[in-house]
Design a protein around this ligand. Structure first.
Ligand code: 9MR
Length: 348
């Protein structure tokens, strides 16, 4: 708590010095956004975007475009939303996201080409043969990556292939194609856009432990077979009261970097019990700040992406009963303590 009070006072001082600095420039407030400050430090700071408010809520668009340099699709680039039928693609929402990103000069993380959730029912319900399912993967990955070739810098190619038991998850792809579906997926993506950086993304593998060991072994194996894999996404869906040890996350990032991989924090949110209390918000701010500082201090950690940005739109309350308020902006788009403390860290 003492450390937090120090950070908070620094945050308040930092806000003042930011505004005096800004007298020299025309567009003063932009210089103290997370976006401007993180960019100056070579870090992409991003948020997952929900299609509904992106289409309909000017305040949502304003904060997103001002505060973040990177965005990712919370849902609209998953196979279910993109592929209502075997014959059709539904590009409207993903195109709208790309348009927004490009008109705001934001970089895009594509999410996610292969995942066992959010599959179309026509994929889940049929009894595929191995070659048929490989053909579906190839066609799907090829079509999506080709459509956004040169415009999506980073793709989550395979998401959550390791189970909570640290074994290969027995997904449709793993069971029908075999574990080699992973290498195939990366190769299909690489063929469609050789310049895109291709990521393996997972949760619960941020620190050290059986699952992160399994993810490490998986990416090591993929690299050893020449798979075009360039990075690992650490999702970082955590609770304020029980975050992973930052020392362990640092060790994990370093061992991945030693394999030549880039690391992105891809889906960070820090849930607290609702209704939110002062103590909860303080603990939350500390976790956000710890992860930001860690990422800034590790050269391989090049992006920090939140899973949303406003408590108005977050998957957390519907998934974790009794928890919420997990993001750096509140439901009215006001910056929370977590925002202020991160802003101060980026100013230093
Ligand atoms: O936040 C997403 C939620 O709106 C969707 O209903 C859900 C299923 O598609 O996926 C959520 O996002 C997940 C992400 O794609 C992968 N990592 C875990 C995220 C939270 O469940």
């Amino acid at each position: 708590m003492t450390r937090f009070l120090l950070l908070l006072s620094l945050a308040l001082v930092g806000c003042d010095s930011g505004s005096s600095m800004s007298e020299e420039i025309d567009d003063a407030p932009a210089e103290t956004t997370l976006r401007a400050l993180a960019t100056a430090k070579g870090l992409h700071i991003g948020a997952a975007v929900a299609a509904g408010p992106l289409a309909s809520d000017p305040a949502y668009r304003e904060v997103l475009g001002t505060e973040f340099s990177m965005l990712t699709a919370e849902n609209v680039m998953k196979m279910g939303p993109l592929r209502p039928t075997p014959q059709t693609f539904s590009w409207d929402n993903s195109d709208a996201l790309m348009d927004f990103a490009e008109s705001n000069e934001m970089t895009v993380r594509g999410h996610a080409l292969v995942w066992h959730q959010s599959l179309p029912s026509w994929v889940e319900s049929a009894n595929w043969g191995r070659q048929e399912l490989i053909a579906i993967l190839q066609e799907h990955i090829g079509a999506v990556v080709t459509r956004y070739r040169g415009r999506i810098a980073h793709w989550d190619v395979v998401n959550e292939a390791v189970g909570d038991d640290a074994r290969r998850r027995p997904t449709l792809f793993n069971e029908v194609i075999g574990p080699e579906y992973l290498q195939m997926a990366f190769e299909f993506a690489h063929a469609a856009d050789p310049d895109a950086k291709l990521f393996y993304n997972d949760y619960g593998a941020e620190g050290l432990g059986a699952k992160s060991d399994a993810v490490y072994a998986l990416v090591q194996e993929l690299l050893s077979t020449g798979t075009p894999l360039h990075g690992v996404g650490l999702q970082m869906h955590v609770t304020a009261s029980n975050p992973p040890s930052m020392d362990a996350v640092r060790s994990n990032i370093r061992r991945l970097a030693a394999l030549g991989l880039e690391v992105h924090i891809t889906e960070m949110d820090v849930r607290i019990p609702e209704p939110a209390t002062e103590n909860g918000l303080v603990a939350q701010a500390q976790v956000y700040n710890d992860v930001l500082q860690l990422c800034l201090s590790e050269p391989s950690c090049t992006s920090l992406v939140f899973w949303g940005f406003t408590d108005r739109h977050s998957w957390v309350p519907s998934f974790f009963q009794g928890f919420g308020a997990a993001l750096p902006f509140d439901e009215d788009y006001q910056p929370k303590l977590a925002y202020q403390v991160m802003q101060q860290t980026l100013m230093n």
